[in-house]
Design a protein around this ligand. Structure first.
Ligand SMILES: [Mg+2]
Length: 382
């Protein structure tokens, strides 16, 4: 079997899909994207396609080696995300070639259900209560919310109070048996993180995510020391080598993104590395159906999985949502807040190719993240 064609599709709300076709007629799908830089990743996939056309798609590990290591200059979000989407598509083809779901090829299932969480996007504690109630009503047992908006370099007393109020409101709405996580989006400086994290402990969040930027991860060990709240990070870390210092710092939960961190091949290795530290694995996935399907396949075969993010109804999903490009929504029909293991071959998702081609042709997006500024005009972390 040989790879004969590689195409990419820029589709709303902010995604890039990749389709790999073989001379046997098998087709695999992947989602190679950096949110806000989709066109750049598309160009990287086109460069990698020069090598892949004519190759045997089943030599996944060897292709991963060549794409990540045969170039003298390597790594970074763009190249790692291009490899990630290609890798997902190759595993999809392998599953179809062997007539097995990817989790079976990864060693077989270790669980039949994966707990998933839903996003709650309200900005005020009042709206938060309504948003949480709606997700509980939909069956979810865990939610995630942003901890804050724009933050001063050292959080003011009022800013600290606002974060604490959100945690308190979430705990009150959810009661003791459900969970919430707070996403800081790298908006805290280490000083602010040291100030805020201990105050969140009484509300027992499942984890607090990205308390500081990846470039400040050398501060993580001191934050772990400063607070009993489990810390999570990883959506902006792109491979095993990047996760090692984060794990050595005592991070409780690693969050590699299947579309950024080298795909199924590398994320399974990151999960294993985390396991040697007793750390848990919770793949980042605010993306589309192919990235989520890849995440779930890994999760079904990974013992130290904690929980899975998913984007149904997330605040980013304008003009299209998780189910807009799939023929069958079944893999994403959550039962009591859990994804259910299926037996479909490959990634287990059937892409609506006509819808994808039409969206790329008629509605290709130019999504960019907002640029935030502080009141004095300086750039603020979004
Ligand atoms: Mg996040």
């Amino acid at each position: 079997m040989k790879i004969t064609r590689i195409e990419t599709f820029l589709v709303p709300p902010r995604w890039l899909f990749c389709r790999i076709e073989t001379d046997d007629g098998l087709v695999g799908w992947g989602e190679p994207v950096v949110e806000g830089r989709a066109e750049v990743v598309r160009a990287a996939v086109e460069v990698f396609a020069e090598y892949l056309i004519g190759q045997d798609p089943l030599r996944i590990q060897d292709h991963w080696q060549v794409l990540t290591k045969a170039g003298f200059y390597r790594d970074g979000p763009v190249l790692s995300s291009a490899v990630a989407g290609i890798d997902q598509a190759l595993w999809d083809i392998a599953g179809k070639a062997y007539d097995a779901p990817v989790h079976a090829l990864l060693g077989g299932p270790v669980r039949d259900l994966i707990r998933v969480y839903a996003w709650v996007g309200g900005d005020e504690p009042d709206e938060l209560a309504d948003g949480i109630a709606a997700q509980v009503e939909a069956g979810f047992t865990a939610v995630k919310l942003n901890a804050c908006g724009r933050m001063s370099p050292i959080a003011s007393s009022a800013e600290v109070d606002a974060v604490v109020a959100r945690a308190a409101a979430a705990r009150e709405c959810l009661g003791p048996d459900r969970d919430f996580a707070l996403d800081c989006h790298g908006r805290f400086t280490p000083a602010t993180a040291r100030r805020v994290l201990p105050e969140l402990a009484p509300f027992r969040p499942l984890f607090v995510e990205e308390p500081v930027l990846p470039e400040h991860q050398h501060a993580l060990a001191s934050l772990v020391e400063a607070s009993p709240v489990p810390l999570a990070t990883g959506e902006r870390i792109y491979g095993r080598a990047g996760f090692l210092p984060v794990l050595q710092a005592g991070t409780a939960v690693v969050q590699p993104d299947l579309s950024h961190a080298g795909g199924i091949s590398e994320v399974t290795r990151i999960a294993s590395l985390a396991d040697t530290f007793g750390a848990l694995f919770a793949p980042h996935c605010p993306l589309g159906p192919i990235a989520l399907a890849a995440s779930l396949q890994v999760g079904f075969a990974t013992p130290n999985l904690l929980i899975q993010e998913q984007s149904l109804g997330i605040h980013y999903n304008k003009d299209a949502d998780l189910l807009s490009y799939v023929v069958d929504p079944e893999p994403f029909r959550f039962v009591d807040g859990h994804a259910v293991r299926g037996q479909q071959p490959g990634l287990g998702v059937t892409v609506d190719e006509a819808a994808v081609r039409a969206a790329d042709r008629d509605a290709a997006h130019k999504w960019r993240n907002p640029v935030w500024r502080h009141p004095d005009g300086t750039l603020a972390e979004w």
